[in-house]
Design a protein around this ligand. Structure first.
Ligand SMILES: Cc1cc2nc3c(=O)[nH]c(=O)nc-3n(C[C@H](O)[C@H](O)[C@H](O)COP(=O)(O)OP(=O)(O)OC[C@H]3O[C@@H](n4cnc5c(N)ncnc54)[C@H](O)[C@@H]3O)c2cc1C
Length: 336
């Protein structure tokens, strides 16, 4: 249900775990991992509080609202797999959906599983120390409140702490500046402005291709070139939607067996092993003059055909909208 608009919670949820009440079991973070932990611990009958620095669920998808933010793994491999109901009810609109839809999905799950009543938003944990004598965690929230917990689960995410570039004199910059990981909730216009983007990793590539559409002038600072490939994103039509739903058990099984929970299996061979068949072929060819002649002629013909095809594709691409390129970032969660 890609159209469901779920609202964000009020500025601050009530805080029954605040003060020195408890002990509860405490989870830090209400991203995909924290939400799932909350659901599971609650299922076990435990009394749980979740402390979340942001003012809503979704973690990564709550914070990363920069232009162009979207999945770089297939949407339909990303949702929670533990609930048939969630799988059945939610529909991703694109193969690689944009951030607003993924955030809607997180809110849809929170509503469906009634998770918000145990989450305290705008509550950043400052410190946690284990009290050996009491066998409990003593937890400090940034606003000075404290909580105690028997079990403490940190679901703070591998990519949730923004890193600012350490550039001498950066504090003297007087223009607008934004970090993709703490993007404002209001729209930011770059129309006709002179803009610089630092970084060409997965996020940079997504942001640059979107910002470039309206900007006055764009400068990109790149330390290390990255491998980049077209995303080939498209809408999911009704037939594909039905097929995906019917094959979720298989999709989930493939993801569970793959590295990082992705739908793609990695080739376990190293580069030299993968080259073996080609190396053998080259040895055979160079060992026989006739084969060598044939190989040279075939290579020439193929090159001419490939160049023709390349020119044709380029001509077509210049007259049709280009797909955004993507580069896979270090992802941790495909299917939970
Ligand atoms: C831009 C971007 C795109 C991505 N795209 C993909 C993708 O296409 N496919 C994929 O599989 N993965 C992707 N990832 C990886 C993504 O991080 C994981 O898929 C997943 O969302 C991680 O969930 P999480 O709950 O573990 O962490 P997070 O989503 O990072 O959630 C952690 C939460 O903990 C909170 N928190 C942290 N410290 C504290 C504290 N001290 N006190 C209170 N709260 C705290 C944060 O506010 C945050 O809400 C992407 C990551 C980024 C940044």
């Amino acid at each position: 249900m890609s159209g469901n608009a779920t609202s964000e919670p009020p500025a601050k949820a009530p805080a029954p775990a605040a003060g020195r009440s408890g002990p509860h079991d405490v989870i830090i973070g209400a991203g995909l991992s924290g939400m799932y932990q909350l659901y599971r611990l609650r299922e076990l009958g435990l009394s749980v509080r979740v402390f979340e620095a942001g003012n809503g669920v979704g973690g990564t998808w709550y914070w990363n609202r920069y232009p162009g933010a979207r999945f770089d793994s297939e949407s339909w491999t990303y949702g929670y797999s533990f609930s048939d109901e969630l799988l059945r009810e939610w529909e991703w609109s694109e193969h690689f959906t944009a951030q607003p839809e993924t955030l809607r999905y997180c809110n849809f799950v929170a509503d469906k599983l009634d998770l918000r009543r145990e989450i305290e938003f705008k509550s950043r944990i400052r410190a946690a120390a284990y009290d050996e004598a009491a066998n409990q965690w003593e937890i400090e929230i940034e606003d000075g409140r404290q909580a105690r917990a028997r079990f403490l689960i940190t679901a703070i995410g591998p990519l949730s702490a923004p890193t600012m570039p350490s550039i001498p004199g950066v504090e003297s910059f007087r223009g607008e500046s934004y970090h993709t990981g703490t993007w404002p909730h209001r729209p930011v216009s770059f129309a006709d402005k002179r803009v610089a983007v630092i970084g060409t990793g997965a996020t940079g590539v997504q942001a640059i291709t979107e910002i470039a559409k309206t900007v006055g002038h764009l400068t990109v600072f790149q330390r290390t070139p990255n491998w980049c490939a077209p995303l080939h994103n498209s809408a999911i039509d009704a037939a594909t939607q039905a097929h995906l739903k019917a094959t979720y058990p298989e999709i989930c099984a493939i993801c569970r067996d793959s590295f990082g929970c992705f739908i793609h299996q990695a080739d376990p061979r190293n580069a030299l092993e993968a080259m073996q068949p080609l190396a053998g072929l080259l040895r055979d060819i160079t060992g026989s003059p006739a084969a060598l002649l044939f190989f040279a002629a075939a290579t020439m013909v193929l090159t001419v055909v490939a160049l023709g095809a390349f020119r044709w594709i380029e001509r077509r691409r210049s007259t049709s909208p280009r797909p955004s390129p993507t580069r896979c970032r270090w992802c941790t969660t495909g299917i939970i």
